[in-house]
Ligand binder design. Sequence first.
Ligand code: TXE
Length: 487
Amino acid sequence: MNRSNSPATINFINGTYCHPVEDGWIENINPADGTSLGRIADSTEKDIEQAVIAASNAQTQWGESTLEQRSRILSKIGDLIEENIESLAIAECEDSGKPISRARAIEIPRAASNFHFFANAITQFSSESHESVGQNAINFTLRQPLGVVGCISPWNLPLYLFTWKIAPALAAGNCVIAKPSELTPRTASMLGELCNQAGLPAGVLNIVQGTGARTGQAILEHEKIKAISFTGGTATGEHVARVVAPKFKKLSLELGGKNPNIVFADCNYERALETTIQSSFANQGQICLCGSRIFVESSIYEKFKTDLVERTGQLTIGHPAEKETTIGAMVSGDHYRKVLSYFDEIDSANASLLCGGKPATVAGYEQGFYIEPTIIEVQHNRCRLNQEEIFGPVVTLMPFNNEEELIEMANDVRYGLSATIWTRDLDRTMRLSKKIECGVVWINTWLMRDLRTPFGGMKDSGVGREGGQEALRFFTEPKNICIAFEN
Ligand code: TXE
């Protein structure tokens, strides 16, 4: 399988690759060098209509297929992703600018794990029963597929997040209309072919390409689409909620973050430092879970600051396809300019630039969108640099003196996705974990994922949880059946 040089990325509807009905196209730009990777279908509501018809036709049979049948097919899709890691990693790297080493070792394998995990999870999925004691009745909860559902995913971890939604939706017996980001369309497109090879019946998964405003909007508005699972920016999430709420669709939102990375003096210093490099700059800082606000206990602040700047200087900015590259390109020109615009805030916030703070040039790829990994020392938590999701290789650093002050700053932000705490004091980890307003707390680690755990955020970071049983519950309709019996 090698579609990475394919000139046009088109829709996958009813098991077949097809051109958009209205012949609309957008350009896919390689952010590493500014060249074109070809055209992408910019689908309209007519394409969504075709996808919904295909999905509706497939729904009864897929919804009534046995768990073993579904599990076997999903598992096979996972196997095929593993067999095609190289071509998928190349396409992912070209579309997004991420280092190929990351796509190959972490993200494409995780897409395979998503299918393998939910292939197993569905065979263990169960529902509750309640005996109405003294009333001679027993209640049980029937969990049925919702029907046709919509999955909309972002560009930062393209196939990883696309499959994180699709796998549980399919496992639970739904047919799916899925749209990847228009910035990173190709691995999602390649997945269609793998689904055919795995024997997924036509129409069960339909992959539509196009912009959010046009294609995504048509998914939100379609009356026959029963649920929307969305991951993306908070502003877009707010729009999605406005459109979907009056239609009473089920809705799951995974949105932005501005996560605290908290370093206490009693931590394992080397591990905290090394992992902080990862949590700050992995994927050019374009992960909603990045620890973009670093708070360090004042007694080790100066040392940590010096060491962090020095280690950051050892990162290798380069073309994403080079194996030694650790910092690749930003996903797009627009996003690159948005991230750079935050450097204008440094003076007005009375902050100090410790390193980076400007575009990087990679010889031979001058049209690429590269930014130096940047650390900014801030004076207070209320500045825009600490309040807004920059979503780039940019972190802020500031000291703290005690737990009360720290908790106040950690929570003083509109987001509540994750937090990382570095300390050897077990009591402190529990005190802080309970008080920090977020959906995921990592103690002495970062981004360690177990797919059974609930994943998602509080406050403006989203609504609902994905992962494990939570995802299977989201993608099913609970129905209470009450059976009365005679003694
Ligand atoms: O994402 P969008 P953008 C944050 C990050 C970034 C900001 C904007 O801060 O700078 O969001 O990024 C689709 N109806 N995150 O603009 O727009 C779109 O096509 C339906 C955090 O690139 O949220 C894509 O498939 N769909 C984040 C998906 O929504 C619409 C990951 C996400 O795009 C739509 C990405 C519409 N009207 C960005 N408009 C995270 N939490 O991981 C857009 N889309």
